[in-house]
Structures are given as C-alpha cells and as structure tokens.
Design a binder for this molecule. Structure first.
Ligand SMILES: [Zn+2]
Length: 530
C-alpha cells in the first residue's frame, strides 16, 4: 500500500514537472517596446567632457549623465551651461571628491574621517552650488571612487541611506552586475566601467541586458581616443550604432530619465497589486492584520475540532510573535507541534463567490522541514469551512522525510469523493495535489509560496502553485466549492514548526509575472501598505 501511494505521488510530481514553465516572465516593461536601457555616465567634470563629449554626443544624438564637482564646473561655466542646454543630465559627485585615505591624494579628505553628518553637509553644499551655477537640481549621485561608507572599524557606517534620502539614485563604480529594474536598489545602482574598453568588450554586457530586460549603467571618466581613465570615442560610436539598429530594442538615456521611468513603472505594479489586496498580516506590529476587509483579529482555539469555540486573541504557548526575524520585520513562530490552532475569519478577508471565484494566497515560510517538523502532515495555511478535503485550499508538507511540499485545492467532498474513500487509497485525492519541484526550504532563509486560483465554482476552475515566483504546476478544479462563509477560517500553522510571515490574500488570480513582482517587491508586502 505504501509503495502504491509512493508511486502515485511520484507520478503526481512528474506531472507537476511536466507543467513547469521556467521562463522568467517579467511584469516590468520598458517604454515603446524597448527591451533594455543603457545609461552612459562620466565622472569628475573632466576637461574632455566639454571638449570632446559635447560635439560627439551632439553628433550621435544621445543624452548622457555627468557627475560633477562644482569647482571644475565653475572654471568652465559657459561650457557646462551649454552641456545642460544640450539636454545632458548633471549629477552630484560631492564637493571635494573624498575617497578612502589609502589613496595618498585622498588622505586629507579620507572618508575614514567623515561622519554621516559631514558627508550629508557636503552633498547638500554641492547640490546648492550646482543649482546656483547651472540652475538645475541634481537628482542623481555617483559615489566617489565607488566608496559608500564613512568612518572606520566600529564606527564605520554606510552612507547609502543618506543618498537614498537626498537623491533619486546613487551610482556605484567597478561593479559587475546589470540593474534589474524591478529589484535594483536605486540608492546603489551598479555601475560598470567603460574606460579603456573596445566595443567588443562591452557588446556581451549589452546583449545580456537585452536578454534579461536589464538596465546597463556604464561609467567612465575622460572621453577621447586613448589614454588613462579614458572612454574611447570609437567604442561610443560603435555602441550607439549598435543600439540604433531598428531591431535592437535598446533605449539609451540619462540615469535620471531611466530611473524616473522605472519608479513610475514600479508604482504602477504596486498600485495594481494593492488594488486587489483584501487581507494582509505582516506580524510586524502584532497579530492584527494590517489590511482586512473583514475581521482582522487573530483567534485561537484549543484544537482544530474545537475551533467553533473561539477563544481570546491571546496566543497559545507554542506560538509567539518574534521581532526582526521575519522576511521583513516580525514573524509568527510555531515553536513545536501543538493541538491549539490560530486562525483569521475568512468572511470578507477572502472574497468568496459561489460563481466564478478567483483569488491569490501568498505567504512566506522559513524552516528546515527535515529537521524542524514533527512526524505527520502539516499545513502552514489551510482555508476551509469544514476540513482539508472539503472545499479547502492549503499547502502542506508530507508526513515524513524527505518531505514533499504540496498544494491541495479541493471542492466539495461529496462531488469529487462521493464514496468517501480515504486519501491514501484514493487517486482522486493524490491526483489533485500539485507538488513543488525541489523546494528550497532552509533554516535562516525565506521561501515565498503562492496559491493562485481562478474560476472556481465553474467547470473551468483551476489552481496553481508557485514557489519563489516560479510556477510549479497547476490543476483543474471542476467540482463546486461551497462554503458556509461564516464558518470558513484561515488557519495558520496547523501542526507546523517554523516561521511564517506576510500572509496576504488578493481578490483575483495574479498572473505569473505579478507573482514574480510580489516575490521580489522591494521592501516586501509593506511596499503595498503605505
Ligand atoms: Zn570621481
């Protein structure tokens, strides 16, 4: 019997793999059907910027970003005013160009001797002077020498938060990564060196940006034919020609323009997700859900079967709120397998409909299933009005090691299992499970789990399981899904041991790309709440 059960399960897993869609679907889209963005950036207000850059970029018809110091701008003020008029962007690059004191020329202005206060004052002074000289307000910043810190040793601190406060973006130097428009920290954009390079050195990066929909920020100093810290004019000409091919899909623009576009897109994505959010408990400030169309309070009961006798909102001993251990902020910790259960009420929190019902359930889990879980099945989340096999949505870990992680979405039990055959002997049960492919649950690491379902209560009902933004498999749910809504509950952590966070429910089936966005939402679900 056990072997039979195993083989049925193995088949289910195989089916699940068959249905996998591994392509990375992006929710983010570049303007006008473009596939990638490139920004050309030049630092330090060097002499070659007006001398070589101005005529070259006029001829090539591209706008670039110059990160400047007020001093050299003042020295050639007319030329820099012309650069502004041409449409190029002027960014902030401090007043004194402080770097690590390990550079002998920087010892008198070593970042090791700076504080957050002094760097902040210098950045404000540089912006004020550029405004006075050029009539612009810099929104972009580049870290001098790519150094992002002040102080040393125990008083070493990152000044990225200061840049995040004062500017729309901060650009690094000598980085290696392309910027993912959905993920990138705008206060620490990855800047890749273009000095001393031929187009053949750059082409791979450009092609990779197009393949992955990324933003390539190239960083250089002098502009000329050849020389120390010099971006080659030939490379720039070839790069712009390559980008100008009609089929290239490459958008060349300033850091300020691209960042502004990305921020608008991120906002659109956030607003679209937020509009569908009907329930969200982050466990950052207690157990009361931050978003709840219905009752936001967490309830507790002595046992699953006694959940009618709602107890108080005081948590059972085995379940605690933990601070700073969540995927963001706090989390709910289930310390050991226990009889008492906790739940929210479904009514309104999940927009149930007895015709054409769609929705999405999202949560984060952190545990090592093989070490943490007690023997037996465990459901991190189960939403039902009666039981796991009767009009229920859940994910579970199987009863023994190695644990399988599975999604179960079951309509009315009398429809799919009229003879009431037990689950172990019943392909109608096991076939309905969707198993995750090699789930990546580990202690100290958070895994994102999503059940997305659509058109339940029609013959076209369907449910899909996603782990870390990737579709694991889907299953048709043709049978009706009837609830006594007043009895339906959102149970958390049934027999579970581990951490659980950011339980969210949406009133529609999110698309694969939206689930990807939810997975790497900068700042987590909190980004939707403010
Ligand atoms: Zn510099």
């Amino acid at each position: 019997m056990r072997n039979l059960q195993r083989s049925v399960l193995a088949m289910t897993i195989l089916l699940g793999i068959h249905l996998l869609a591994w392509s990375q679907v992006k929710n983010f889209s570049w303007p006008d059907g473009k596939k990638a963005a490139i920004s050309l950036t030049f630092d330090d207000a060097r002499q070659s910027h007006p001398d070589v850059g101005t005529p070259l970029f006029r001829e090539l018809d591209v706008d670039v970003t110059y990160y400047v110091l007020p001093g050299p701008v003042r020295d050639r003020l007319q030329d820099w005013k012309e650069i502004v008029e041409e449409g190029h962007e002027i960014g902030n690059h401090t007043v004194y160009h402080p770097c690590t004191g390990n550079f002998p020329w920087s010892r008198d202005k070593a970042l090791e001797h700076y504080t957050l206060h002094t760097i902040r004052e210098e950045l404000l002074a540089a912006s004020a002077e550029l405004t006075e000289l050029l009539g612009i307000e810099p929104v972009s910043f580049a870290y001098t020498c790519g150094n992002t810190y002040v102080g040393r040793g125990k008083s070493h601190m990152s000044y990225v938060p200061v840049v995040a406060e004062l500017f729309a973006t901060g650009r690094g130097w000598l980085n290696e990564a392309l910027n993912d428009p959905e993920f990138a920290d705008m206060a620490l954009l990855q800047g890749i060196e273009m000095d001393g390079k031929d187009f053949t050195d750059i082409k791979d990066l450009v092609d990779r940006a197009v393949e992955t929909g990324s933003w390539l920020v190239l960083a250089g100093h002098e502009i000329g034919e050849e020389g120390f810290q010099t971006t080659r004019t030939r490379m720039l000409r070839e790069l712009v020609a390559y980008a100008n091919r009609p089929e290239s899909g490459i958008w060349i623009s300033t850091v300020g323009e691209v960042a502004s576009y990305i921020n608008d897109q991120r906002d659109v994505i956030r607003q679209r997700l937020k509009a569908g959010l009907t329930f969200c408990a982050t466990f950052d400030h207690g157990t009361v859900a931050e978003v709840a169309d219905g009752d936001g309070r967490l309830y507790a009961a002595q046992s699953y079967d006694q959940s009618k006798t709602e107890a108080s909102t005081i948590l059972p001993n085995e379940i605690t709120l933990v601070k700073e251990q969540g995927c963001y902020g706090g989390a709910l910790e289930f310390k050991r397998k226990a009889k008492p259960v906790v739940f929210y009420h479904s009514d309104q929190n999940i927009h149930y409909s007895n015709e054409r019902w769609s929705g999405t359930i999202s949560l984060w889990l952190s545990l090592d299933p093989s070490l943490d879980l007690a023997p037996g099945y465990t459901d991190p989340i189960q939403i039902t009005d009666s039981g796991y096999d009767d009009a229920a949505l859940w994910v579970d870990f199987s009863d023994k090691n190695p644990r399988n992680f599975r999604m179960g979405v079951f309509g009315d039990v009398e429809e799919w299992n009229p003879d009431k055959i037990g689950p172990d002997q019943n392909p109608a049960f096991t076939d309905r499970l969707v198993a995750a492919n090699k789930p990546v649950f580990e202690r100290g690491r958070w895994t994102h789990v999503v059940i997305s379902f659509e058109h339940l209560n029609t013959r076209e009902g369907k449910a899909s399981l996603y782990v870390n933004g990737k579709l694991q498999g889907e299953r048709n749910i043709p049978e009706p899904f009837s609830w006594d809504l007043q009895k339906s509950k959102i149970y958390l952590g049934l027999n579970f041991v581990g951490l659980l966070d950011e339980v969210s429910i949406f009133n529609r089936a999110l698309s694969e790309s939206e689930i990807g966005s939810l997975y790497h939402l900068p700042g987590g679900i909190n980004a939707l709440l403010h």
